[in-house]
Design a protein around this ligand. Structure first.
Ligand SMILES: [Zn+2]
Length: 242
């Protein structure tokens, strides 16, 4: 703390990740990526918060979740108690997309109401719209970091459904031009979620897919954290009223 006032707050989820992946995928991967960033930058890596906002997985066994308000408040209080010891800048390392809104709310509250800088990073690389939840990249990340937890013999390629009743789904959580609170089961009986109509290719997962993606991904996170270490904390806070 005499030299570094940055901390990584690691947040994930405990939710079904298809037939082949562990329930802890999001928090296990976020923690592993955060440890690499912490080792290379010397910033503190906090113990992982393993349960997040996953009610859209509720129909599948093993999905444990809290409300967005609970996660938001929990992260705010973690940061505030850490600030009492001298931490001033926080990177919330988020392993689960469903947490993003709650964590952005937490970062806004910390900055606006408590004069602490916090930002949110999605703590795993992605293959874009052709892939998705429990797909090729997440399976690959599990194979890379903790392969003994993956049942590759259960992996299948899954084409995402396009209809909700008679309506056409046009994207993840989209019907026509509208957004709606989609559940994973709306697009896949196996708990794999991606863009409607696309085929998620979990059978193409490998440790190498993950290691190739992780190298530039972790490098970019390390570069960002190094910049944040040097930044003047005061200058990152909300500006006063004009
Ligand atoms: Zn995940």
């Amino acid at each position: 703390l005499e030299g570094v006032d940055v901390a990584l707050i690691v947040v994930g989820s405990t939710e079904q990740h298809g037939p082949q992946n562990p329930l802890g995928t999001d928090h296990l991967v976020a923690a592993a990526v955060s440890r690499e960033v912490g080792d290379r930058t010397g910033v503190a890596v906090f113990p992982t918060i393993p349960i997040g906002v996953s009610s859209n997985h509720a129909q599948f066994p093993g999905s444990i979740y809290v409300s967005p308000e609970t996660l938001r408040d929990y992260v705010v209080e973690v940061a505030m108690s850490a600030a009492s010891h001298g931490f001033a800048k926080f990177v919330i390392m988020n392993g689960h997309g469903g947490n993003t809104n709650a964590l952005m709310d937490a970062a806004a509250i910390l900055r606006r109401d408590f004069e602490l800088f916090a930002c949110v990073v999605l703590a795993m690389p992605s293959l874009g719209e052709g892939d998705g939840h429990a797909g090729k990249m997440e399976t690959s990340l599990n194979l890379h970091y903790h392969g003994h937890l993956v049942h590759m013999e259960r992996a299948v390629d899954v084409t995402q459904k396009t209809k909700l009743g008679s309506l056409t789904m046009t994207g993840v959580g989209r019907i026509g031009p509208a957004q709606f609170p989609m559940d994973v089961i709306d697009v896949s009986d196996l708990g794999i979620m991606g863009k409607p109509g696309t085929t998620i290719k979990a059978t193409e997962a490998s440790a190498k897919v993950a290691s190739d993606a992780l190298k530039p991904f972790v490098d970019s996170l390390v570069a960002f954290v190094e910049e944040l270490k040097k930044a003047d904390a005061e200058e990152l806070l909300c500006k006063p009223h004009k």
